[in-house]
Design a protein around this ligand. Structure first.
Ligand SMILES: [Ca+2]
Ligand SMILES: [Ca+2]
Length: 435
């Protein structure tokens, strides 16, 4: 097993930031729905940070589920919405959310349609609404029959209002590139998708727009075990040559029984865990977080910083080194708060449990561009156990969420504390970094 090259990981991540403390409040079960809700996404309105939009899969229901708060996460509305168009089924899921200028809310998801008794087509849709209480209007993003679609990411340019979707397209013969489309009319119509880089099969795209309008896309090359990052300076029409963020060997496609690839860990043995790279941009830096097998063989969450031209600023760092005992940090995600320059990173953490089977969604934050990190704090007040017999085969699902604006972050995750009554639920908690 090739290890990631880590620079002084143990010295980089203590409780940096001059004793800053993460304060957690407003932990809430936002779904309260039968069956499993997994794969949490969350967005916050930079213009009014009291407005929050979250979403999740809800595989036993006709569509994804949305969770709306207009009071900073004090109260939430849980709904089966948005619905896909007539003839489509919403169970394919993969929700992604963002909130643009003027408070326009976007909710992207996959839906499937039966082509024959054994073949389904997967389409990618974005719903938008003018505010938290307005109706959703749904538009299809891809319009190319015969091409498959998977794992979208969404981001909005807060200056121009242009909204971007990046996702994997399946052309067959192992041609699986990430492509990007955009909309300038609030999600009503979408541009013809353009490829980012033809470097082999790509999944788990993440997209961010910098303050000056530069577009950054990161993805996982799961055949090669490489995380790559590319930039567009022309509004997503063309992308410059990608740079390598990190590499991994554990869990690459073809070397694992995990569906479709990944690493089986005690806390997520069946669905397994994958790198889940997330890109953020702000404060003159671009950051990527991801998960991979670390020096001691457990899962670690990593961060690496780049300048806006994607020149690396040092090596990858471990967000929370294990210390004495092995623990897994998995399904990492991150968000940048442009109002105060705080970079937030969250992940499930098995630390504190003896068997590495119990996990709590946990967050840390950096005010200095990722050079030092606050002491990690559990967003979840209790551990979850997705190895319990009543748990979904999807366990925690493929990804979780965090959003940040106005000096606050809101983490959203799959939680199994009410497994007996409601199955997996989506929880959200508010996080603030006290100076
Ligand atoms: Ca670890
Ligand atoms: Ca549930």
């Amino acid at each position: 097993m090739r290890r990631l090259t880590l620079l002084l990981a143990a010295t980089l991540s203590g409780c940096g930031g001059g004793g800053e403390r993460i304060v957690v409040s407003r932990e809430a079960n936002v779904s309260q729905a039968a069956g499993p809700q997994v794969e949490a996404a969350i967005a916050i309105d930079p213009g009014d940070p009291d407005l929050l939009l979250a979403g999740s899969n809800s595989a036993e229901e006709p569509s994804v589920r949305s969770y709306t708060s207009s009071d900073g996460g004090a109260t939430w509305r849980s709904e089966i919405a948005p619905l896909p168009p007539e003839g489509w089924e919403g169970g394919a899921g993969d929700p992604v959310v963002t909130i643009g200028p003027g408070g326009r809310q976007y909710f992207g998801f996959l839906a499937r349609i039966e082509r024959t008794a054994t073949h389904f087509g997967i389409g990618i849709f974005v719903a938008s609404r003018v505010g938290p209480d307005a109706p959703w209007r749904v538009a299809r993003v891809d319009h190319q029959p015969g091409v498959g679609n998977d794992k979208p990411a969404i981001a909005v340019d807060q200056s121009s209002g242009r909204v971007y979707v990046a996702w994997t397209r399946f052309y067959g013969a192992r041609r699986l590139p990430v492509e990007v489309s955009h909309s300038d009319d609030g999600g009503r119509s979408w541009s013809r998708p353009v490829g980012v880089a033809e470097t082999g099969p790509q999944l788990f795209a993440s997209i961010a727009v910098g303050p000056g309008g530069a577009v950054y896309v990161v993805w996982d090359e799961f055949f090669a075990g490489r995380i790559a990052l590319a930039r567009s300076l022309d509004g997503g029409d063309t992308f410059q040559a990608p740079v390598e963020v990190g590499s991994y060997e554990d869990g690459v496609w073809g070397a694992t029984d995990c569906p479709p690839y990944g690493v089986s860990i005690p806390a997520q043995p069946r669905d397994c865990v994958r790198p889940n790279p997330i890109v953020t941009a702000g404060g003159g830096r671009v950051h990527v977080t991801w998960g991979a097998t670390g020096e001691n063989g457990s899962q670690d969450a990593f961060v690496r910083a780049f300048d806006t031209a994607l020149r690396p600023l040092g090596e990858a760092r471990v967000l929370r080194p294990d210390g004495e005992g092995l623990s897994d940090q998995f399904l990492p995600t991150s968000a940048y708060d442009r109002s105060d320059g705080t970079l937030w990173a969250c992940f499930y953490d098995t630390r504190g449990g003896a068997t590495r089977r119990l996990a709590r969604f946990t967050c840390t934050a950096s005010r200095d561009g990722g050079d030092s990190w606050a002491r990690a704090a559990p967003a979840a007040s209790v551990y979850s156990d997705e190895t319990a017999s009543a748990a979904s085969i999807r366990e925690y699902g493929d990804y979780e969420g965090v959003a940040a604006a106005g000096g606050r972050a809101h983490a959203a995750w799959t939680d199994s504390r009410r497994l007996g009554l409601w199955g997996e639920e989506i929880y959200v908690a508010r996080l603030e970094l006290e100076r």
